[in-house]
Design a binder for this molecule. Structure first.
Ligand SMILES: Nc1nc2c(ncn2[C@@H]2O[C@H](COP(=O)(O)OP(=O)(O)OP(=O)(O)O)[C@@H](O)[C@H]2O)c(=O)[nH]1
Ligand SMILES: [Mg+2]
Length: 318
């Protein structure tokens, strides 16, 4: 059993707490939808559709969920409306299970890639640097050696923030300061990773490039330069999305997947929002796996995403 299995009780509590706002919002809407209704009928289903959409699950995924529940109602005409939360939990879990991507049991850092290079991308303020700090902590606690690269060189605070995280976690940070060439920072970080025999290298990047073309050029340049050192780097491009922006996170995921080959997603800030349903939609609509979720600002508030645990926590009756 991995380290996260061991901590599963804490993980569950941390998740329940992180998803509390979305959970409460869903249950208050659900209880209104079933007032005076003993069975799940057409009207309840209509309301359910609205609940899912207003919880940011997204239209396409909502339609799929409703269809599943309609089929269930057709099989079992006396479906008790008091069980709506259980039905939802079961059908959404089953829907997400149908996706090909697998949940991670532990983080999946292949040991034959050393260092394993992760490039972190995403727009301004979504939580990239924070997620990198939390990830470094996760990896370090699992006995991996980590090097961070401050390739977001657009403002001094960005570099300082990563250095601060490096100090807190106790991992080295490669930085050339502000307004330096991000690709050169990335190169030196990868080089230090190789020279020191590190297991994992994580590169922070800037999100505030004004046009898509600029962003694309910048990211390709960083990649090209790293590849001079490790031909198949980066091994992972992690897109960070701010869950509290709801449908906007969807749009960003669509935009970024057009610009660069995203291989994993992290959805942050689920703790401060009632829009946690967005994780369900993104997990259903994108072929790219959601690997991590952010449920708070603390170092330990990053979780490896597990579909069933997530759905269980979201629809848990308190
Ligand atoms: N509540 C909460 N806050 C978070 C989470 N993740 C990040 N934040 C906060 O979001 C804010 C922005 O996070 P950053 O890590 O600086 O975001 P960034 O993407 O690196 O931003 P730029 O470098 O400006 O592009 C900070 O105040 C973080 O503490 C989370 O999971 N929950
Ligand atoms: Mg940052």
């Amino acid at each position: 059993m991995g380290i996260f299995g061991f901590f599963s009780k804490e993980k569950k509590e941390n998740l329940d707490q992180g998803l509390q706002k979305t959970n409460e919002s869903i249950f208050s809407k659900l209880s209104k939808a079933v007032v005076g209704k003993s069975q799940v009928d057409e009207e309840v289903l209509d309301q359910l559709e609205e609940i899912l959409i207003t919880s940011d699950v997204g239209v396409d995924t909502t339609i799929k969920v409703i269809k599943r529940i309609e089929e269930r109602v057709a099989r079992d005409k006396y479906l008790n409306s008091g069980e709506l939360d259980v039905i939802l939990r079961e059908e959404i879990a089953a829907l997400l299970e149908e996706n090909n991507s697998q949940d991670l049991l532990d983080f999946d850092i292949p040991t034959d890639k050393k260092p394993y290079v992760i490039m972190v991308v995403g727009v301004n303020g979504v939580g990239k640097t924070t997620t990198i700090g939390k990830l470094a902590n996760l990896f370090k606690n699992a006995g991996k050696s980590v090097v961070l690269g401050a390739a977001d060189t657009f403002r001094a605070a960005a570099v300082d923030q990563l250095i601060l995280w490096g100090d807190r976690v106790g991992v080295p940070v490669v930085s050339h300061g502000m307004n330096t060439d991000p690709a050169s920072v990335a190169f030196d970080t990868v080089k230090q990773g190789v020279d020191t025999g590190a297991d994992i290298v994580i590169i922070d990047t800037a999100g505030r490039l004004h046009t898509k073309v600029n962003l694309m050029n910048e990211l390709s340049k960083i990649k090209r330069v790293m590849q001079k050192f490790i031909p198949d780097a980066p091994h992972e491009i992690l897109l960070v999305l701010d869950g509290s922006t709801g449908q906007n996170a969807f749009i960003q995921a669509k935009e970024f997947t057009k610009v660069t080959e995203i291989s994993a997603l992290a959805i942050t800030k689920l703790d401060g929002t009632a829009k946690g349903g967005v994780v369900i939609g993104i997990s259903d609509q994108f072929k790219i796996p959601v690997k991590y979720i952010g449920v708070g600002e603390k170092m330990t508030d990053l979780q490896i995403f597990n579909r069933k645990e997530f759905v269980d926590s979201l629809f848990k009756k308190k």
